[in-house]
Write a protein that binds this ligand. Structure first.
Ligand code: KG4
Ligand code: ZN
Length: 324
């Protein structure tokens, strides 16, 4: 089956073609325009999606040597995400589906992330603990099998990517803040400032990063430390907090394998610390960690294959919401 996937939940415009569970071609445009504002501007993000979707779709079709009339279904992210961005992708997908007279499959962005590891690791078998760490989410999931997931915990306030982004902004660094802080931290002392490791002693699998961000702001305002040391110590606190809950979840549910996805999974300090533990940790390849349409088309094909789909083009976007 040939499926065209569309992802526009935030500031990445992604289009991909999946056929027989293989990605034939894909393209993701990261909207760099937001950098000068220090964060994603929702109104601009929607316009950018609308502007680029037609050309990206043509490119992806050409690259795969697939014609419009070969497409058998369209998969599109319908939530959670920024409302305007989602609607740009959905409107484009609906128009195309109607013109081609083919079905359209709404896909939950989080469910797509959870399954993205299977795109290039088809040999893997659940159960896993999946730590989903992006600019908008920090969640711990028990993945029992494809289509069978349990949310164990999530952030009660800021996402960990947001903690990186907001911390970076306070230190006058560019957006996105994660790579900037990571870079600055290389020359800093991670043990100099004892930032809090929020909620690591409670029994839940929830997280909280807004207090940590406030500690950083206080530290910057005090003017006693250089930014390299602040960055290194701050990164260490975020990484320790994530690892603490991730490993606790693996132990509690006696699950051998852990998966990390989302943009923060790129963090080399996180990877280094995890590699020092006696645990099997798997990372989807980087292009599948960050937002992409490959995972949208891929999950849609699995849903069709497993008859988990009611074809009904009458759906809309939702900004918040769980996997149903
Ligand atoms: O998954 P993603 O590309 O987009 C969504 O938010 O959905 O994640 C972006 C987040 C940003 O907060 C960014 O600062 C963070 O991932 N990030 C990193 C690194 N690279 C990206 N955080 C820490 N270290 C990195 N190397
Ligand atoms: Zn995402």
């Amino acid at each position: 089956m040939i499926i065209l996937g569309i992802e526009t939940s935030c500031d990445e415009t992604g289009v991909a073609i999946c056929s027989d569970f293989k990605i034939l071609s894909s393209y993701t445009k990261t909207q760099s325009i937001h950098q000068k504002y220090g964060g994603v501007v929702p109104e601009i993000a929607s316009r950018e999606h609308e502007k680029y979707l037609p050309n990206i779709t043509n490119k992806v079709l050409n690259d795969a040597n697939v014609r419009f009339k070969d497409i058998e279904a369209i998969a599109v992210t319908n939530g959670p995400g920024l409302m305007g961005s989602l609607l740009s992708g959905i409107s484009f997908a609906k128009g195309l589906a109607q013109a081609l007279d083919i079905p359209i499959i709404p896909i939950n962005h989080l469910e797509a992330h959870l399954n993205s590891v299977f795109i290039d690791h088809s040999e893997l078998e659940a159960p896993f603990i999946n730590l989903l760490v992006s600019g908008g989410h920090t969640q711990l999931w028990l993945v029992k099998s494809m289509f069978n997931y349990e949310l164990l915990g999530e952030t009660l306030d800021d996402a960990c990517g947001e903690a990186f982004d907001k911390g970076a902004k306070k230190m006058n660094l560019n957006y996105p803040g994660g790579p900037e802080i990571e870079n600055l931290a290389k020359n800093g002392n991670k043990d100099l400032i004892n930032f809090p490791r929020p909620m690591i002693n409670d029994n839940s699998f929830n997280f909280s990063f807004s207090g940590l961000k406030t500690s950083l702001i206080n530290c910057v305002n005090e003017d006693n430390y250089n930014f390299q040391d602040i960055a290194a110590s701050y990164q260490e606190a975020i990484v320790d907090t994530l690892i603490n809950k991730f490993i606790k979840a693996m132990d509690k549910f006696s699950v051998d394998s852990g998966i990390i996805c989302g943009g923060v999974a790129a963090n080399t300090r996180l990877r280094k610390k995890l590699s020092e533990l006696d645990k099997k940790i798997i990372y989807p390849s980087m292009k599948y960690c960050t937002d992409n349409a490959d995972m949208i088309a891929f999950l849609a094909e699995h849903k069709i294959n497993n008859k988990k789909i009611n074809f009904d083009n009458d759906f809309s976007a939702y900004s918040r919401g769980m996997i149903t």
